[in-house]
Design a protein around this ligand. Structure first.
Ligand SMILES: [Zn+2]
Length: 433
């Protein structure tokens, strides 16, 4: 009986520990006063000139008119002068693979151990943060390397964005997430492979057991995988429903990789929180997504980089042929979905191209019909909503994490300015200046 009592106390203590949050420094909180030339309210698109962002510890204590706030600041406050810059909330990328890179996609990845992937992730996390992305949702990392990376960032061992991590993405046998580059005698499959209602339910529970904040699954075939078709659904409606039920029941959101229209439909009807890529999204999908409030996380810039650089990646003719069909179709169909008013959350699939170029996605979104403000909203308020983190990131408001970026000029006139952020602050700490 005593042992059971001790175990339950331990379980309660562990459950009480905050998931994926950094710890506040002990003792008196450090005060930073950021003097901003202007601050963008990402909800309204309005600028407020000459503001002070009063940061205590890792959170914003107050934000307002510089003249009114200045006299009340503590004497030992550290001043950060951004009086000639435009300040925005830290950016959020809802689709990263920090433990992967262009040199580890396709068959090349077979040579890279999970520990090596995690260490590469430490580098990619720093680069992503310095590019202005203070929060990411990492949707797919083999061997739980992404979860190890998240924990290392939270412990302060390595520098990187706040992370939600999925661990290995669920895939059918032979699907987009399986290892189809190998001959049968190697008898290997990736760690996210699961089939059938019982199989996927167990896999979701296993991913959560090992630390997943979010569940990712492959609802259709993919481009950078061998021998599968991105236009076809992978998983049945019943399996998708089982994945979503198991995940939601345990308080985790669900992201579905989906190119083909039928896979998108099955996933939306199953209740996923976001459709990733959405390359062949059609009018029925659009209608259902608006009805269910499902986010679309398009990943569009990658095709520009891929078409220029694929020759260096050693990919098969089959993969390249798929890319030539899917990538231009995605531009057209996602543009149509934007026009029809589907909710968009910003995502890049960085890893298919070098990490740190994430902000190149903004200009493509604008080219396909979003206003610069809508594109910025997709990476701030909308992304925070998709992550379930609206209480901590996505806007600059008292009580939220002091995550911000500064650019020179007006990003509402030229959204590509976000490709060159001058200053990045995460949790009140300057990570780039
Ligand atoms: Zn991806």
């Amino acid at each position: 009986m005593k042992r059971i009592g001790l175990v339950s106390i331990l379980i309660v203590a562990l459950m009480g520990a905050p998931v994926a949050m950094t710890q506040a420094p002990a003792g008196a909180a450090r005060v930073v006063a950021v003097k901003a030339g202007r601050v963008l309210d990402v909800r309204t698109g309005k600028y407020a000139a000459n503001q002070i962002i009063w940061i205590e510890g890792e959170r914003i204590k107050e934000i307002g008119d510089a003249a009114a706030l200045e006299s009340r600041l503590p004497k030992d406050a550290r001043a950060v002068d951004l009086s000639s810059s435009t300040v925005l909330p830290g950016l959020i990328d809802c689709h990263t693979h920090l433990t992967m890179s262009p040199m580890s996609i396709g068959p090349a990845g077979l040579r890279m151990s999970y520990p090596r992937q995690a260490l590469m992730g430490a580098r990619n996390a720093r680069v992503t943060l310095e590019a202005g992305f203070t929060t990411v949702r990492n949707v797919g990392g083999a061997g739980y390397a992404d979860i190890a990376l998240r924990d290392a960032i939270n412990a302060g061992d390595v520098r990187g964005p706040r992370m939600q991590a999925s661990g290995p993405p669920l895939s059918i046998t032979g699907g987009h997430g399986d290892q189809n580059f190998l001959a049968p005698q190697w008898n290997a499959m990736t760690d996210g492979v699961a089939d059938g209602v019982a199989g996927v339910t167990a896999k979701v529970r296993e991913n959560i057991k090992f630390g997943a904040d979010v569940i990712k699954f492959m609802a259709t075939g993919g481009v950078l995988s061998e021998g599968d078709n991105p236009a076809l659904a992978q998983y049945s409606e019943e399996e998708m429903k089982a994945i979503v039920d198991a995940a939601h029941g345990l308080g985790r959101k669900v992201a579905a990789h989906a190119h083909g229209a039928l896979g998108i439909k099955f996933a939306v009807l199953a209740g996923v929180d976001s459709i990733e890529h959405g390359s062949f999204i059609n009018d029925e999908d659009i209608r259902l997504m608006k009805e269910h409030g499902t986010y679309l996380v398009p990943t569009l810039y990658l095709s520009d980089w891929f078409m220029e650089n694929y020759k260096a990646l050693g990919l098969s003719e089959g993969i390249i042929a798929k890319a030539r069909v899917v990538m231009p179709a995605a531009r057209e169909n996602v543009g149509h979905a934007f026009h029809e008013g589907v909710k968009a959350a910003f995502g890049t699939d960085a890893a298919v191209y070098p990490h740190g170029l994430n902000a190149h996605e903004f200009a493509v979104m604008v080219k396909l019909g979003l206003t610069p403000l809508q594109a910025i909203q997709s990476s701030t308020v909308n992304a925070a909503d998709l992550l379930g983190w609206s209480d901590r990131v996505g806007t600059l408001e008292a009580g939220k994490f002091a995550d911000l970026v500064a650019v020179d000029g007006d990003p509402l006139a030229d959204v590509s300015l976000l490709e060159n952020v001058k200053v990045v602050i995460k949790g009140g700490e300057i990570v780039k200046q």
